[in-house]
Design a protein. Structure first.
Length: 448
């Protein structure tokens, strides 16, 4: 289809070019023949009518009113009048193209002799001068059309070949992307599509595809990890529960049914707590975030600290009122878990500091307990990881609180880490500050 359209388009251009060349050549010949005719008429004077120009390429004739040849140049002798009829009308100068039955066409200018000269030489009878030249062989033999036609075909072929090459080069990345996509499966999402350089649509498509594959890979790995952790954590209590129930059935006389039921209830409560917290982690990690709201971290820290009436006291220091965009309920859960963890390990007090640093909101929760060893500072954020001291202080814990805090910080494009401190554990939550929101404006927004 592209080749047909190219042929039609170039044919129209070639036709226009042929007409333009012909008109240009004819205009040039008209100007030359007009010059020859007017020069000869100008030379007619009191000395009589001079001989016609003796050039070999100019056809010059003097004709009377009945269009009979009176005299002619050497190249035009013996020829019939170059054109008919005799030029009449108000315009003494006319351009004509005459094509005899045999031979080339003649491009000529017909100029009537001035009336004064006609009275001087022919008793007032009108006479005219025909000055012409034969068309060049390029026009007469149709070679111009042949050359233009060949050029149109060559240009069409060249354009088609170039379009094919360009299309092939343009679609090659698409073919490579398609071939790579067919190799990707749910079992192996580590493959990525080839990403061409540049900023065109295909490159942007490849980047978006790789971004999507990265998210899919992360989601699948999280699901597998979630399933393995749940099965691992539930296997032990469920196995113990089954053993207790089987013993109660086998040794009914030696087993206290009420104690068995109480033990089964505690086991099911632990399983339910594990499932609930894992679902909370999965929901925070994968659920679509709603419209974020302005949250004052200073006010949130004061509220959570005031609610912690049990355990060691919590002291809050707000160095700078900072406001972030996020989910208030999830951020409240982060502070709650951090405070519960800090009170569990603290000896006499927990300090909470709210401020800003480097364009980020910073919330620090510091206890004065034994602290966390450097090699365990990342492990504590893994689901179901509980250090020895944590298991001693809270035997019923699930080990998911800090994991949920890390996931919530990630979904808010922030970080949560354990940093160095002189004593105890120092948890630092960093969240990005919203652009263009001042502390005063944020406080006013929250007050409304």
């Amino acid at each position: 289809m592209s080749a047909v359209l190219s042929l039609v388009f170039l044919t129209v251009i070639g036709f226009s070019l042929d007409i333009a060349i012909r008109n240009r050549i004819h205009d040039h010949l008209f100007m030359e023949t007009q010059r020859v005719a007017t020069d000869w008429i100008s030379s007619m004077g009191s000395g009589g009518v001079p001989e016609p120009p003796a050039t070999h390429k100019d056809l010059v004739q003097l004709v009377d009113s009945r269009n009979r040849v009176i005299t002619a140049s050497r190249a035009a002798r013996g020829l019939a009048p170059l054109t008919t009829p005799f030029p009449t009308g108000p315009d003494p100068l006319q351009y004509r193209i005459g094509c005899p039955d045999e031979g080339r066409c003649v491009v000529l200018t017909a100029v009537r002799v001035l009336p004064m000269q006609s009275r001087m030489f022919w008793d007032g009878e009108p006479h005219a001068v025909y000055a012409g030249r034969t068309e060049p062989g390029l026009l007469a033999s149709r070679r111009l059309e042949l050359f233009i036609g060949i050029g149109v075909l060559l240009l069409t072929a060249g354009w088609t070949w170039a379009s094919w090459r360009v299309a092939g080069r343009t679609l090659r990345p698409v073919r490579e992307i398609r071939e790579r996509v067919t190799e990707i499966s749910v079992r192996d999402l580590t493959l990525r599509v080839p990403q061409p350089s540049g900023r065109d649509e295909i490159a942007e498509l490849a980047r978006a595809s790789n971004h999507l594959l990265e998210h899919l890979d992360t989601s699948v790995r999280q699901q597998k990890h979630f399933a393995s952790m749940v099965s691992h954590e539930l296997r032990s209590p469920l196995a113990g529960l089954r053993t207790q129930l089987e013993e109660a059935l086998l040794y009914r006389e030696e087993t206290d049914p009420y104690e068995t039921i109480r033990t089964a209830v505690r086991t099911t409560e632990r399983c339910q707590a594990i499932i609930d917290e894992m679902l909370t982690v999965a929901r925070v990690r994968t659920a679509a975030t709603g419209e974020p709201e302005l949250v004052s971290l200073g006010a949130l820290a004061r509220e959570e600290a005031a609610a912690r009436t049990d355990g060691v006291p919590v002291h809050v220091e707000v160095e700078d009122e900072v406001t972030v965009l996020g989910n208030r309920v999830q951020l409240c859960g982060v502070l709650t878990n951090l405070l519960v963890n800090a009170q569990r390990h603290a000896c006499s007090r927990v300090d909470v500091t709210v401020g800003r640093a480097g364009g980020e909101a910073v919330v620090t929760v510091q206890d004065d307990g034994d602290g966390i060893a450097p090699e365990d500072r990342e492990r504590v954020f893994e689901p179901f990881v509980r250090l020895k001291e944590g298991r001693r202080r809270d035997p019923k814990g699930t080990g998911l609180g800090l994991a949920l805090c890390r996931v919530t910080a990630d979904t808010h494009h922030g970080t949560l880490r354990v940093e160095d401190s002189p004593r105890g554990a120092r948890f630092v939550l960093r969240l990005p500050l919203p652009a263009g929101v001042s502390p005063v404006g944020a406080g006013q927004a929250l007050s409304r």
